[in-house]
Design a protein around this ligand. Structure first.
Ligand SMILES: Nc1nc2c(ncn2[C@@H]2O[C@H](COP(=O)(O)OP(=O)(O)OP(=O)(O)O)[C@@H](O)[C@H]2O)c(=O)[nH]1
Ligand SMILES: [Zn+2]
Length: 353
């Protein structure tokens, strides 16, 4: 396994030279656990922990390694490794973290494509698809819609659903598959490219695990075996893990995404609603919110039926959510800075005593 098989490229190498990291090993994070990481290196997979300096200089959880991050580390043979640097990320998939207000949860970094997975049955929900799309657009990740369980409904229903998706989301790659009959697998395989990373976004039960297990003809990566060796029997529950497919593409399983709160930039939402953004250029006011202004081209298009009302309403909802999140985030950062000042003052006081 060379670094280039893992997806290494010239830009990363330049960073490595500029930062004087030639003496370090380089690896790519495969899975993230409570206090350790599984990292793929040219020497194979190693378990690693973050160095103290990285831990203390971190401003927040987003500064810690996530799945698919490139890291500089020192490998100490059987004892595992120490990660002392995270390379700059060229894409970041994130969402609003459940719990603490105004915090971001990074799902994965350096992902090339997002697989927006929904099943054609009860789970089908265009609003949620638009949500995943906004996350992809904000992350700079190419979206691919995967509609699963097509074996459970009549063919006409599948066509009707794919038409509906195209009307709402515009021209983005879309495949309809069945994990049971493997219908559509050929179409999907054609979209999966060697050395590229695909992150699955989809609610529980839509068939993500079944799909990955079917595509990975060999057994799934045995992250458990590695950890048991070095971590002496710790029970492993992998949150997010990377699966290398036989075709050389890599998939990140992302289990149990119940709610997907929007943490992304406003541009992500705007880009996800391409039709609305296009009409918005015709609004009388440049800062039109498309709610009650006169001369709003977006609302006029909705009235004429050129923009689906449901899409328009979802757009407003997501914009509002995004603005609210942005404000909370700013508030949290302000508080963090104030807290930092207090700690520094306290330390100074202690030194003077
Ligand atoms: N009929 C049919 N059933 C499917 C298909 N794909 C998955 N299933 C079934 O749907 C159920 C859920 O599938 P999973 O693969 O576990 O779903 P998941 O998205 O990984 O769910 P989480 O791990 O909870 O996120 C299982 O019982 C599968 O056998 C499909 O294409 N057709
Ligand atoms: Zn408007």
């Amino acid at each position: 396994m060379t670094l280039f098989d893992l997806g290494y490229h010239e830009k990363l190498d330049r960073f490595r030279r500029e930062q004087g990291l030639e003496g370090s090993d380089v690896g790519r994070v495969i899975s993230v656990h409570r206090d350790w990481y599984l990292v793929g290196t040219t020497e194979g997979e190693v378990t690693a922990q973050v160095a103290g300096n990285l831990r203390f200089s971190a401003q927040g959880p987003e500064d810690f390694p996530v799945v698919r991050d490139w890291v500089a580390l020192k490998v100490y043979g059987e004892d595992g490794g120490i990660i002392h640097r995270v390379f700059p990320r060229f894409s970041v998939i994130s969402r609003k973290a459940a719990g603490a207000a105004g915090s971001i949860q990074v799902i994965a970094a350096n992902v090339d494509y997002g697989l927006l997975i929904q099943s054609v049955d009860r789970d089908f929900n265009p609003n949620r698809l638009e949500r995943y799309l906004a996350i992809c657009r904000a992350a700079g990740v190419e979206p691919i819609v995967v509609l699963t369980k097509v074996d459970t409904v009549p063919v006409a229903r599948v066509e009707e659903t794919t038409d509906r998706i195209r009307r709402r989301l515009g021209e983005i790659p879309l495949v309809a598959i069945s994990n049971t009959t493997r219908r559509g697998y050929g179409d999907l395989m054609r979209l999966l490219k060697r050395t590229k990373t695909y992150c699955m976004l989809g609610s529980s039960g839509v068939g993500k695990s079944t799909l990955v297990n079917n595509l990975a003809c060999r057994a799934r990566m045995k992250t458990g075996a590695v950890s048991e060796h070095t971590k002496k029997g710790t029970h492993v529950t992998t949150h997010r893990e990377l699966i290398v497919l036989d075709c050389g593409a890599m998939i990140i399983d992302n289990p149990g995404m119940r709610e997907v709160g929007i943490a992304c930039a406003a541009e992500g939402v705007d880009e996800a609603f391409g039709a609305i953004t296009a009409y918005a250029r015709g609004c009388r006011f440049r800062d039109c919110t498309h709610v009650k202004e006169i001369g709003c081209a977006v609302r006029e298009a909705v009235e004429r039926g050129e923009i689906e009302r449901a899409a328009y309403e979802n757009y407003l909802r997501m914009r509002k959510e995004q603005e609210h999140f942005g404000a909370t985030l700013q508030e949290r950062r302000r508080k963090d800075r104030a807290f930092g000042r207090m700690v520094r003052q306290y330390k100074k006081m202690k030194r003077m005593r």
